[in-house]
Write a protein that binds this ligand. Structure first.
Ligand code: SF4
Length: 694
C-alpha cells in the first residue's frame, strides 16, 4: 500500500537493495515515512529508480519484524524474550566459554553486504581485536569474491574500473553473465539508452535475456553458451584477437607486462582455444565467437559488464581474469567508455569487501600476513593481530560438522537459505553451540540460533554504502531504530561485553578510523560526502575529490598482468540420471531470498519461483505450462511450477531463488571456485519430472 500525503520534511538516503546505489529522498509526515522519491542529484541514478527501491521499503514496518532480543539454551526450546543487557551478556558468556573450552579460533563472524561500511568494519574488528582470530567472512564469499581475486591479480585492486556515466561513451558493450534490466534496473536503463543511441552489444549468457532482443534493441551477437564454459568462450575471443593481430600493441607495451603478454599470447594462440575447437563444448557457433571478437576489438570504446553468471562458477576467478585479459588486449582500460565493470549484487558488496571482511585481508585488501599492515591496525586498536588467515564460510561449516568450530555471530545474512547445499549448511549450524543471528526477521538460519538480536533497517541508521562504481553514498537515519539500537551499536555492546573498550558515539567516528587506517579512504569524511553528495574511492591526497575512473595512467599494481586462463571442466557432470543443467538468476520485482520484498504489502511482489524449461525438454517429459514439476539433483530436490519458454536452450533449465517454499539451493552443489570458494550456483546437473505439487 503506497500512502499519499504532503511531506513535512525529507531525508536523503541510499537504497538498500542492489549495487547501483540509488539516492532517494525519504519523505515524512512527522515520524511517518510516506514515500521514497528518487533524488535528482543522486550521481548513481540521477532521479531514476526501480520498483524495489521506490516501493519495497514497507518491510521496515512489517509485523513479523522482531524488536526484542531473544535467547534459548537449546535450539529445540522456545525463544525467551529478554532485555538487551541479558541477551548481550548471554551471547558474550557463551562465546567466551567456547573459546576457553575449544580454543580462540573456535568462533567467528559473518558480515553482511546489506549493512553499512561502518557496521562491517566493526564486525571484522570484533573478530580480530576481541575474538583474537581472523574468522571473519562476508556474504560476498557467495557472490563476488572471484572479482576480488581476479581483478586484484590482473589490475591490482578489487574493484570495477569505471563510473556508470562511462557507459554513455561506449561504442561496443559486452554483457556477460549478467541481466541488468532485472537485477540492476537503473543501470540497465542507462545501458539500454546507450544501445538505442547506436552502441553495439554482445551478450554472453545461456539464457536469452531482455537485452538480447527487446523493442529497439538487438544484440549483434548472443553467445548462448552451455553453463560452465565461460572460460572457454572468453579464451576463444582472445584467441581470435591475438591470432588475427587485432590487439592493441601500443597499449600493451606501455601499460602491461610485455613478457607476461607474450606468454599469454602463446598460450591463447594454441589451436585448442580456437572457436572451432570449442564450438561443441560451449554450444556456441564458431562464427558467432569470431564475429563477436572482431566486433569488440575493432568497435571503438569497448566496455565489459559482468555479474554472478561469471563469478558463481568453479572457474569464477579464472573468468574474471580472462575478462581483464580481454580488456587489456584491446586497450580498453583507463578512459571513459571502456573498462571492466562487475555489477555488484547487493547494495554494499563493494563496501563489505573494502572493509576487511575477508579472513585473509584487513581493510583495504591488505593481507593479514604482512607485518607492516598488521602494525597499522595493532596501533589503532591496541591489540596484537593474529597473522594467520581465518576460516571462510564453507570452512566454518565444514569444521563445525567435524567438531572444531563452535560459535558464530551472523549479521544480516540468512546463510541457510542463501548458501549452497542447504543440508550441509543445516548440519554445520546444528553442530555449533552458540549461533547468534542479528537480523530484522526470524530467518531460516534463526531456526538454528541460540541468540536472536533484532536488527535495524536502513531507514533507522546512519552510515555509508559503497556501490558498484566505488561510490560512497550516505545512509541517513530517517526514523529512530524500532528495536532500540543501530546495528553498529549492537556490535559495540557485544565487543565491550567480551572485554573491549569501544567508545564510538556516531558512525562518523568509525569512518574517521577507517580513513586513518586505509589509504584508499584516507580523504573520506562525512563532511566531504555531504558537500559533494558522494565520493568514489580512492579518495586521498593523490585524488582529493575521489576517482571516477581507475587505472588512467597506470594500473594500481604498476603494470597490468595477463593471466593464463586454462579451461578446466566443472566436476558437476550431466548423465542419464541428471541430464539437464540448471542455472539461476533474479526477477525485477524480487530481491535475493525475498526477506524484504516478500514483506512489502503490494501484490506485485507475490510471484513464485518458476522453472523455465525449453518446450522440447518439456514435451519429452510430458509437461505443460504451469504444471508442477520435481527438480532433483545429487544434493536434493524441490517442487515448483514449469514455465515453457525458448529463452533457455534445450538441455538448460533456469529458476530464481526468491521464495523459501522453493529453496532452490536445496539442489545446488558443494562445488566452488578454486581460488575463493565462491559456490558454483550456476551449474547444477538436474532432472525434471512431473509432480503432484509440494
Ligand atoms: Fe535500489 Fe538497485 Fe533499484 Fe536503484 S536499481 S532503486 S539501488 S534496487
Amino acid at each position: 500500500v503506497i500512502e499519499k500525503g504532503t511531506p513535512a520534511r525529507s531525508v536523503v538516503t541510499t537504497c538498500a537493495y542492489c549495487g547501483v546505489g540509488c539516492s532517494f529522498k525519504a519523505e515524512l509526515n512527522g515520524d511517518e515515512l510516506i514515500r521514497m522519491v528518487p533524488w535528482k542529484s543522486g550521481a548513481a541514478n540521477r532521479g531514476h529508480s526501480c520498483v524495489k527501491g521506490r516501493f519495497a521499503w514497507g518491510y521496515a514496518n512489517h509485523k513479523e519484524r522482531i524488536l526484542n532480543p531473544m535467547i534459548r539454551d537449546r535450539i529445540d526450546e522456545p525463544w525467551r524474550e529478554v532485555s538487551w543487557e541479558d541477551a548481550i551478556e548471554f551471547a558474550a558468556t557463551r562465546l567466551r566459554g567456547l573459546q576457553e573450552k575449544y580454543g580462540q579460533k573456535s568462533i567467528g563472524v559473518i558480515t553482511s553486504s546489506r549493512c553499512t561500511n561502518e557496521e562491517t568494519y566493526l564486525v571484522q574488528k570484533l573478530t580480530r581485536a576481541v575474538f583474537g582470530n581472523n574468522n571473519t567472512d562476508t556474504c560476498a564469499r557467495v557472490c563476488h569474491s572471484p572479482t576480488g581475486y581476479g581483478l586484484g591479480q590482473t589490475f591490482g585492486t578489487s574493484a570495477g574500473t569505471q563510473d556508470f556515466d562511462s557507459v554513455e561513451q561506449s561504442d561496443i558493450v559486452i554483457v556477460i553473465g549478467a541481466n541488468p534490466t532485472d537485477a540492476h534496473p537503473v543501470f540497465g536503463s542507462r545501458l539500454k539508452k546507450r544501445l538505442r543511441a547506436g552502441a553495439k552489444l554482445i551478450v554472453i549468457d545461456p539464457r536469452r535475456t531482455d537485452l538480447v532482443k527487446s523493442p529497439h534493441i538487438e544484440a549483434a551477437h548472443h553467445l548462448a553458451l552451455r553453463p560452465g564454459t565461460n572460460v572457454a568462450v572468453v579464451s576463444a575471443l582472445a584467441h581470435v584477437i591475438v591470432t588475427e593481430g587485432l590487439y592493441d600493441e601500443a597499449f600493451i607495451r606501455t601499460r602491461c607486462d610485455w613478457d607476461e603478454f607474450q606468454q599469454y599470447a602463446e598460450f591463447v594462440s594454441d589451436p585448442r582455444h580456437a572457436p572451432e575447437a570449442v564450438e561443441e563444448l560451449t554450444g556456441v557457433p564458431a562464427a558467432e565467437m569470431r564475429g563477436a571478437a572482431r566486433l569488440f576489438a575493432n568497435g571503438g570504446n569497448g566496455a565489459i559488464y559482468y555479474g554472478l553468471g561469471v563469478t558463481e562458477h568453479s572457474q569464477g576467478s579464472t573468468t574474471v581474469m580472462g575478462i581483464a585479459n580481454l580488456a587489456m588486449l584491446t586497450g580498453n582500460i583507463g578512459r571513459p567508455g571502456v573498462g571492466v565493470n562487475p555489477l555488484r549484487g547487493q547494495n554494499n558488496v563493494q563496501g563489505s569487501c573494502d572493509m576487511g571482511s575477508f579472513p585473509h585481508e584487513l581493510p583495504g585488501y591488505r593481507h593479514v600476513k604482512l607485518p607492516e599492515v598488521r602494525e597499522i591496525f595493532e596501533k589503532a586498536w591496541g591489540v596484537e593481530i593474529d597473522p594467520e588467515p581465518g576460516l571462510r564460510i564453507p570452512n566454518m561449516l565444514d569444521e563445525a560438522v567435524e567438531g572444531g568450530f563452535k560459535g558464530l555471530y551472523c549479521q544480516g545474512e540468512d546463510i541457510l537459505q542463501s548458501d549452497p547445499d542447504t543440508k550441509h549448511v543445516a548440519a554445520g549450524l546444528a553442530a555449533m553451540e552458540c549461533v547468534i543471528v542479528h537480523d530484522l526477521f526470524l530467518n531460516e538460519t534463526a531456526n538454528y540460533a541460540h541468540v536472536f538480536l533484532p536488527g535495524s533497517s536502513f531507514l533507522e541508521k546512519d552510515g555509508t554504502f559503497t556501490n558498484a562504481e566505488r561510490r560512497i553514498n550516505m545512509v541517513r537515519q530517517v526514523m529512530k531504530p524500532k528495536n532500540g539500537y543501530q546495528d553498529w551499536e549492537v556490535t559495540q555492546l557485544l565487543a565491550n561485553a567480551m572485554g573491549g573498550d569501544w567508545t564510538y558515539t556516531h558512525p562518523r567516528e568509525i569512518m574517521a578510523e577507517i580513513a586513518a587506517t586505509t589509504p584508499s579512504f584516507a580523504g573520506v569524511t562525512y563532511d566531504l560526502i555531504d558537500a559533494r553528495g558522494s565520493v568514489q574511492w580512492p579518495c586521498n591526497d593523490d585524488s582529493p575529490d575521489g576517482t571516477p575512473l581507475m587505472h588512467v595512467d597506470g594500473f594500481m599494481r604498476g603494470k597490468g598482468r595477463f593471466m593464463i586462463t586454462d579451461y578446466i571442466a566443472t566436476e558437476e557432470k550431466t548423465g542419464p540420471r541428471f541430464p539437464l543443467l540448471l542455472t539461476t538468476g533474479r526477477i525485477l520485482s524480487q530481491y535475493n531470498v525475498g526477506a524484504q520484498t516478500r514483506r512489502t504489502e503490494n501484490s506485485i511482489w507475490h510471484e513464485e519461483d518458476l522453472l523455465e524449461i525449453h518446450p522440447h525438454d518439456a514435451e519429452v517429459r510430458g509437461l505443460n505450462e504451469g504444471d508442477w514439476v520435481r527438480l532433483a539433483s545429487r544434493s536434493g530436490e524441490t517442487t515448483l511450477r514449469a514455465h515453457l519458454t525458448d529463452r533457455v536452450t534445450p538441455g538448460v533449465v533456469y529458476t530464481t531463488f526468491h521464495h523459501p517454499d522453493t529453496q532452490a539451493n536445496v539442489v545446488t552443489t558443494e562445488h566452488s571456485d578454486w581460488a575463493t570458494n565462491c559456490p558454483e550456483y550456476k551449474v547444477t546437473a538436474v532432472q525434471v519430472s512431473a509432480s503432484n505439487g509440494p
